[in-house]
Design a binder for this molecule. Structure first.
Ligand SMILES: Cc1cc2nc3c(=O)[nH]c(=O)nc-3n(C[C@H](O)[C@H](O)[C@H](O)COP(=O)(O)O)c2cc1C
Length: 329
């Protein structure tokens, strides 16, 4: 797939605020994700050099196909930050026009921009004009009516070099079934690459999305939580290899992944002087962050509920590792 002047992969890990940080992205890339995104970052917070944005901006070693995702509603602020980010080795700059959260929407940001196509076009245009990197857009099916097709055309005309479509309205948040037909319709309406997002939870879904929508790339978000292997499975299926053990990793592989994830999280947090402002040690902060991940990694294994309960009360590295080692699914 080509986004502007750059060759990118077409199996994307979707941006997930609070989840898709650099360590998690590294594990997904190792398993086969070929396109990654930072979590969404406020252009205003960047403008004020807010310290909380620093970890979000991290680029992993060898993370060649990383898009930095910005949200905001002011064309000049968005353009100024795009110009600034161009000097960093991101592959492209993505604009969030899909976030459904009230705090964001009430500021006219995220999916609210789908209600204001003129403003959205002004943002894309302003950013594309100053950016030496391709500017891409991530949208939904619409806000409360399905305007993704017209919106995507306008985005393309305003300078968007690729468009990701999550097939749900804002008011649907993440519920119900994603509408893949809207992805197909957008793909037919524009000439820039279209990446489809919504409800890829197993490798077969990815293949089906390519086939049913004709999209250029697919994006996995929730389906990657606790399951970086989904990318390996998608690659296996795409390259005609059968899925071993129906694609599921063995317990030992899961444990090994959790421990590597933990160690990467420790190193990641260590890179920033104030891990979380709560006076925790680097290891303790990492253990807390790993609680959510372990919940996802263990889903589907027996004894996962009792593992989750124990891990959620683990404070220290020793406690965490002891509980994990004793986990016998
Ligand atoms: C916890 C969470 C955080 C998310 N954060 C972002 C974000 O920062 N930027 C964005 O464009 N989409 C975000 N999304 C949306 C996903 O990237 C994706 O489009 C959506 O979840 C549908 O795909 P899925 O069914 O594969 O999860 C988020 C989704 C979830 C569940």
């Amino acid at each position: 797939m080509r986004i502007g002047n750059i060759e990118t992969g077409n199996i994307a890990l979707g941006p997930m605020a609070g989840f898709s940080d650099m360590p998690f992205r590294a594990l997904c890339r190792e398993q086969g994700a070929s396109l990654t995104y930072t979590e969404m970052i406020s252009a205003k917070a960047l403008m004020y050099n807010n310290r909380n944005t620093i970890p979000l901006l991290t680029i992993g070693d060898g993370e060649d196909c990383l898009g930095v995702q910005l949200f905001g509603s002011e064309p000049d602020v968005m353009a100024e930050q795009a110009a600034r980010l161009c000097t960093k080795p991101y592959a492209f700059i993505d604009i969030n026009m899909g976030c459904p959260v009230p705090k964001i929407v009430n500021n006219g940001e995220g999916s609210a921009l789908m209600k204001d196509p003129e403003k959205a076009a002004a943002i894309i245009k302003a950013m594309s004009e100053v950016s030496s990197k391709p500017v891409t857009v991530k949208i939904r099916k619409g806000f409360n009516n399905a305007n993704a097709v017209d919106f995507a055309r306008l985005a393309q005309d305003s300078g968007a070099a690729a468009i990701t479509v999550h097939g749900r309205l804002r008011e649907e948040y993440y519920s119900g079934k994603a509408d893949w037909d809207i992805i197909r319709q957008v793909k037919q309406a524009v000439s820039v690459p279209v990446i489809g997002s919504g409800d890829i939870f197993k490798a077969e879904d990815a293949i089906r999305m390519f086939e049913e929508t004709g999209c250029d790339g697919i994006m996995v978000a929730r389906g990657a939580r606790g399951n970086p292997w989904i990318f390996r499975q998608i690659r296996d299926l795409m390259e005609g290899r059968p899925l071993v053990n129906d694609g599921r990793p063995e317990l030992e592989e899961v444990k090994e992944m959790i421990i590597r994830h933990l160690n990467m999280q420790i190193e990641f947090i260590r890179g920033f002087s104030q891990p979380d402002g709560r006076g925790l040690s680097v290891e303790e902060a990492a253990v807390r962050q790993m609680r959510t991940h372990v919940g996802f990694y263990s889903a589907g294994f027996s004894n996962s509920a009792s593992l989750r309960r124990k891990i959620n009360s683990a404070e220290t590295l020793d406690e965490f590792l002891t509980i994990l080692t004793k986990w016998d699914a």
